[in-house]
Each structure stands twice: as C-alpha cells, then as structure tokens.
Design a protein around this ligand. Structure first.
Ligand code: GCU
Length: 330
C-alpha cells in the first residue's frame, strides 16, 4: 500500500493535502484558554466587570477563547501576578496602578493625592490620550495594558481612632499598598506606613499588626475589614485606578481578530464597571454604616496642605510634564 502511494505522485499529493487540511482544522478548532489572576473578592464590582469581559470574549469568539478567572490571590499577590505575566506563565491580571509603579514608574502619577478635580476629570484622563499612551507604553516592560477599571476614592479606616485631621495619624501604623508613593503618602501625613498585600490584610488588622488601612468603599465592604475597623474618615486622598493587563508574549501570538475581540470586550467591561460602581458604592456605604462603623467627612484642606512635599519630590524625580498634561485636561 505504502509503495503504491509513494509511486503515484498524484495520490501522494492528495494524502499530503488531506493531512494539511486536518492539521489546519485542528488549529482553528483549538480552544485558547487564558488564565486571569487577581486579588479581589468575587463580590467586588471589578471582579464582576471581569466576568462580564470573559463572557463577552467567549461569545464573540464563538467559544474559541476562554478566560478562566482566579480571584482572591489564588494565583499569588498582585506583584507576583505581574512577574508571571512578564514571563508569559500567566495570561492576564488586574492590578492596582500602585503595584504597577515598581514595574513601570510612569504609573506613579496616579498615586499623587488629590490629583483629579472630580470624577469627570479622572475618566477623561483614563479614557483619553494620556491614559492610552501609558497603557501602550507598558510594552517596554513586557506587559500590555488593556484598560482601566475605576477604583473610586481611597479613605482611611482604623480599628480604634477616628482620623479628623492629619494630626490624628501621628504614630498610627497604617497598611499601604506595596508602592513607594503609597508609603510616602502615609508617612508624610504623620502615620507609620506598613506595606502588606491585600490578601493578608484582614488577618493583620484582626491581630493588630496594623491600626488601620485605606481603600474605597466597595473594597472596604467586600474585604469585610469593617468588621474589625470601626472608624472611617472620608478624606478621599487618592483615586488610583485598577489596570487590566495581558502578557505581551501571549498578546503577540494572537491573531488580529482575536486581539480585536479581547480589546472590545475589555472596553465594554470598563463601561459596565463604571455603570455599576455608583450603586455598589452606595450599597457598601449602607452596609458599613449599618454594621456600626462611625463615619466622618473631615475638612480636606489640612490633608491637602500636608501632602504638598509629595508633589515637590515627585516633580524633582519625574519632572512636571505629565502632571501638567493631566491638570490641563478639561
Ligand atoms: C483596591 C484596588 C485593588 C487593590 C486594593 C489594595 O481595592 O481595587 O486593586 O489591591 O485596593 O489596596 O491592595
């Protein structure tokens, strides 16, 4: 039989063509599975937005691309997820821009306190040229930024002391994200910054390793830190976005159409997250209030005055050009 095939060039060509078609068919039918690891709880609005994104990708790719989401630091801390992304061992992640800072220093800008005038200003920066250029610039760090999820405003909460002004922060051990800018903010305000990963924070608060922390309302609620921290001071010092990323190594292997499907799904999920954020924030506030947390809205002027040196040292280190561009966004 083999002899007949080899002797007849036509039959040989036919067999080769069938084999090639079969291989090709297999390639197009192969399902691409991309793992996405992040640190938030499954009830968090940012997690919900990523589920929305994954469903959309699966639908638009008619089931050929599947995103498997691992929440709550199951695949490691945010920093570890970024390292795995650079190696191509993890496909996607969502991290706070604060954690991204030590990989891409340009992202420090978003940790500057009282950077934005209001919500509208913030969204214009994320969604406009400045935000996009920052995301695309990540390629030089072997990362690919796909979009920003809003993370509202961050405020301080503590176990046993109400922060009415920066003076009340003196000596308080406050958890920060693993970021130089976040550490400098707490120290400049008079506290003692203690960087701890998000996943370890509940236990650290419970055991009194730290006296408090800071975050937005949906994160304070979904992490259940309000069970331990009974004082919340809505000073709204920073608005630090979450960033959704894909490994550059994996991105480069995707077809043009696959890239389009993923980017469009991310964009739609960013819009969806923005829509649900307001309601989720109101819901979180109500739950936190109902649990007996004392909430105050302090005068922000004293905080704004006290953080001035952070701007001076930022400009010394990074120059003022990006800052001016952001301030100039109307
Ligand atoms: C927010 C943010 C997370 C971040 C967390 C933190 O919840 O959305 O990405 O991990 O703050 O303070 O660590």
């Amino acid at each position: 039989m083999n002899g007949i095939i080899l002797k007849s060039p036509k039959i040989l060509l036919f067999v080769v063509l069938i084999l090639l078609m079969f291989m090709n068919c297999n390639e197009t039918n192969k399902i691409k599975r991309i793992k996405l690891g992040h640190g938030l709880d499954t009830n968090h609005p940012v997690h919900k937005a990523m589920v929305f994104m994954a469903e959309r990708i699966e639908k638009q790719s008619t089931g050929r691309i599947k995103i498997d989401i691992y929440s709550s630091q199951q695949l490691g801390s945010q920093r570890e997820c970024l390292e795995l992304l650079q190696l191509g061992s993890l496909g996607m992640t969502k991290v706070s821009s604060s954690v991204l800072e030590s990989f891409a220093p340009e992202f420090e800008i978003f940790a500057l306190p009282y950077l934005f005038r209001n919500d509208d200003h913030r969204f214009k920066v994320y969604e406009g040229k400045i935000g996009r250029d920052l995301l695309h610039g990540l390629v030089k760090y072997r990362l690919m930024g796909l979009g920003y999820y809003d993370a509202g405003n961050r405020s301080f909460y503590t176990r046993s002391k109400l922060i009415k002004s920066p003076e009340d922060m003196t000596g308080l051990k406050l958890r920060t994200q693993e970021s130089a800018m976040a550490i400098s903010l707490v120290n400049t305000l008079g506290g003692a910054a203690t960087p701890i990963s998000w996943g370890e924070l509940y236990t650290s608060l419970q055991q009194g390793v730290v006296d408090g922390a800071e975050n937005n309302l949906p994160s304070l609620y979904t992490s259940r830190h309000y069970e331990v921290c009974k004082y919340l001071s809505m000073d709204e010092h920073t608005s630090i976005p979450d960033v959704i990323l894909i490994s550059h190594l994996i991105w480069e292997k995707l077809s043009k159409n696959e890239k389009k499907i993923i980017q469009e799904a991310v964009d739609a999920s960013v819009k969806y997250q923005k829509e649900i954020w307001q309601d989720e924030t109101k819901f979180a506030l109500k739950k936190i209030q109902d649990s007996g947390v004392k909430i105050i809205y302090p005068d922000k002027a004293a905080f704004i005055k006290k953080i001035e040196p952070i701007y001076r040292s930022y400009i010394n280190k990074r120059g003022g050009s990006l800052l001016l561009q952001i301030k100039g966004v109307k």
